[in-house]
Design a protein around this ligand. Structure first.
Ligand SMILES: [Zn+2]
Ligand SMILES: [Zn+2]
Length: 311
């Protein structure tokens, strides 16, 4: 099979996931690793007995081959791949691993999957069905943010409930806290960046007595592609690559506020304490000021003071 010149000179990134029973995750991991090495793809792939979740980059020709070959595995036959700009250089290496979960909620024993995907998850809504549900049910509809709380600081659905979670591991404790019991008989639309987290989250919610749970097909990304900033989404989308955030149009509202001075900003920075993993919103002025560029925890504030007086 010949390749066109563009296939070899252009590069792409593929994003994909699929929930399907995998009998032998180790065998799939070894096959995927060999395939990526052969095609010179880099990126990160997780495989569990519940499915696969990956992001890989490389030449356009390699990406096309990868999609074709990966779909040869019966469970992945109908897997959707999202194509985006980028390439192998956007990743430090190739990592293909077997894990208990492809999205880490700390509940591997609870998730059930079959050939059709997650069993007992929320009903999938297309972007236009999201708007229709809100038109029909009005203020009764609750948007429930399935991401980490910091991601929602720069963008979320209007009036969304943002749970107090630092990682997806915090969701179960949060759902069982009683804080959200008031929405158990309401229509709840869970949402996340590309939809994968809500595949799991919506099933955890239903298992805990939330009666009418929905999830958005393709997540915020697909909703934003359809409605931009003229629908029910507001602000920027936090993304897990160098860009850190993206906007669906030039009309995007700036929801983020500088941790130090409250000025409008959508830029996350690392806390000045390099032992601290927290990312914080800072305006350019405060980010450039050592004394202000900390997350607020006492030990980080102290280190900021020390660094400032040493400079
Ligand atoms: Zn500031
Ligand atoms: Zn800190």
């Amino acid at each position: 099979m010949g390749h066109s010149a563009t296939d070899l000179t252009e590069t792409r990134i593929l994003l994909y996931y699929c929930f399907t029973p995998i009998e032998d995750p180790t065998a799939v991991m070894l096959w995927q690793r060999a395939l990526c090495e052969q095609l010179e793809l880099k990126g990160r792939i997780l495989i569990s007995e519940h499915g696969i979740n990956g992001t890989v980059g490389g030449s356009l020709a390699s990406c096309k081959q990868y999609v074709r070959r990966t779909r040869e595995f019966p469970g992945f036959k109908n897997m959707e791949f999202k194509w985006s700009q980028g390439g192998a250089d956007d990743f430090p290496r190739l990592s293909v691993k077997v894990r208990d979960e492809i999205v880490s909620f700390g509940a591997p024993g609870e998730l059930k999957v079959d050939e059709n995907g997650v069993v007992g998850g929320g009903k999938h809504l297309k972007p236009e069905e999201v708007n229709k549900l809100v038109e029909e049910r009005g203020d009764d509809v609750v948007f429930f943010d399935g991401r980490n709380a910091m991601e929602a600081e720069i963008g979320k659905f209007k009036n969304a409930v943002v749970p107090d979670v630092n990682t997806t591991h915090d969701f179960i404790k949060e759902l069982e806290s009683g804080k959200y019991d008031w929405m158990k008989d309401k229509p709840v639309i869970s949402y996340c960046t590309g939809g994968i987290r809500c595949e799991v989250l919506s099933s955890l919610m239903k298992n805990r007595g939330f009666e009418e749970v929905y999830q958005i097909d393709g997540g915020i990304v697909r909703y934003g592609e359809k409605y931009g900033d003229s629908g029910l989404w507001e602000g920027s989308l936090y993304v897990f690559d160098r860009r850190m955030h993206m906007e669906f149009s030039s009309d995007a509202k700036v929801l983020g506020r500088c941790r130090s001075c409250q000025a409008e900003t959508n830029d996350f920075h690392n806390c000045v304490n390099d032992q601290c993993r927290e990312q914080i919103l800072l305006c350019n002025d405060c980010a450039a000021d050592t004394q202000k560029a900390h997350c607020g925890r006492p030990e980080c504030a102290e280190i900021a003071e020390k660094l400032e007086s040493a400079s």
